[in-house]
Design a binder for this molecule. Structure first.
Ligand code: KG4
Ligand code: ZN
Length: 332
């Protein structure tokens, strides 16, 4: 069962239309990503209806391209894995419908995948995951600390109570007049500045592994309004230090509390250079093994969905053709 297992992954939860083929849950054969970033940029964020329509237009061609690049045909596939949620429901539905159609037409199993599980399994495409582990998942929609005792088992240790880390990056970028998505722009700009502005760190109540970033965003807004003229690079650096310090220290606390020695970084914000640097330093000090996905696997892609889906297939976690997209799907 675990040899020559070819899984097609499909991801359409937000503004990337992606299809990929992964062999045996670890070998990336293709990973085609069609980003809608340019389409949404002038609105300063993703417009759900526009995203869904573009997914419909691109889906079939992207799947064909993923198969062609991998050099496989539809009837070589062992299963089709798709992001069931969380995400924009109209966008998710396009991927789910495509996966169901393929499963129906070819008779291969249909595997629903949680988007966060996908982000964690992006790391599996580099080197096998070692359990137990803690994963810090930081993206435009999520900021979560997840404990995994084994494959396919997830326990949430902490989550954001308001904005996700990536969302905070995007909102602060907007305040600074930077284009969407703002994360990479703040990352670059921060390197030219100094963290000169004292900004709040939301540690929340003692021992909490939850996060909160909306107060920080408001504090940045106040700094920009108060100081005239303000050096944008200093604001970016100050904001980034505040986010990174909280993400880093709560991750280390989660690892220590669960007694694991493996920390896995996941999600779009894990591309952040300062977060990678700070986590690497603290993990080295604490004797924790840190895993960081390569930049191209940090943001949304279907290879991570195919990798996570393969382990669910091996666990028998397949779905029927009545599968539906779930915007706020729980991780279980
Ligand atoms: O995982 P992802 O592609 O989509 C979601 O599932 O949300 O993450 C996108 C998020 C955006 O908010 C983007 O600004 C952020 O990841 N991001 C970054 C960086 N690269 C992408 N944030 C900070 N620094 C970066 N280098
Ligand atoms: Zn994502």
């Amino acid at each position: 069962m675990k040899e020559n297992c070819l899984v097609l992954g499909i991801e359409t939860s937000c503004d990337e239309t992606s299809a990929a083929v992964v062999a045996d849950g670890k070998e990336l054969l293709s990973n085609v990503i069609s980003s809608q970033m340019e389409l949404h940029r002038r609105f300063g964020g993703v417009v759900p209806e526009v995203a869904s329509r573009r997914h419909v237009e691109r889906m079939t061609a992207i799947i064909q391209e993923a198969l062609d690049q991998a050099g496989v045909r539809l009837d070589d596939l062992s299963a089709v894995a798709v992001t069931q949620g969380p995400g924009l429901v109209g966008a998710l539905l396009i991927g789910v419908s495509a996966a169901k159609a393929l499963s129906f037409a070819t008779g291969i199993p249909l595997i629903p995948v949680h988007h966060i599980a996908g982000h964690i399994y992006a790391n599996q495409l580099v080197e096998p995951l070692r359990f137990p582990l803690v994963s810090l998942v930081v993206s435009g929609g999520h900021t979560e600390l997840i404990y995994m005792p084994d494959h396919n088992r997830f326990e949430r240790l902490g989550k954001t109570r308001d904005d996700a880390a990536g969302e905070a990056y995007d909102k602060v970028a907007r305040l600074l007049g930077l284009p969407y998505p703002g994360g990479p722009h703040i990352d670059r700009l921060a390197r030219e500045g100094n963290p000169a502005h004292p900004l709040p760190r939301a540690w929340l109540e003692r021992d909490s592994l939850d996060f909160s970033f909306s107060g920080l965003k408001t504090a940045v807004g106040n700094v920009i309004q108060r100081k005239d003229p303000v050096n944008p690079a200093d604001v970016a650096a100050s904001f980034q230090e505040a986010v990174v310090e909280v993400l880093t220290e709560k991750s280390i606390a989660a690892v220590q509390r669960t007694g694991v020695s493996e920390l896995v970084l996941a999600g779009g914000v894990s591309a952040n250079s300062r977060l990678r640097e700070a986590l690497a330093k603290r993990c080295a000090e604490e004797g924790i093994h840190l895993r960081v996905p390569p930049p191209e696997l940090c943001t949304d892609n279907a290879a991570m969905i195919a990798a996570a889906g393969t382990y669910r297939l091996w666990d028998g976690q397949t779905a029927g053709l009545d599968l539906n997209a779930v915007a706020n799907l729980a991780l279980a």
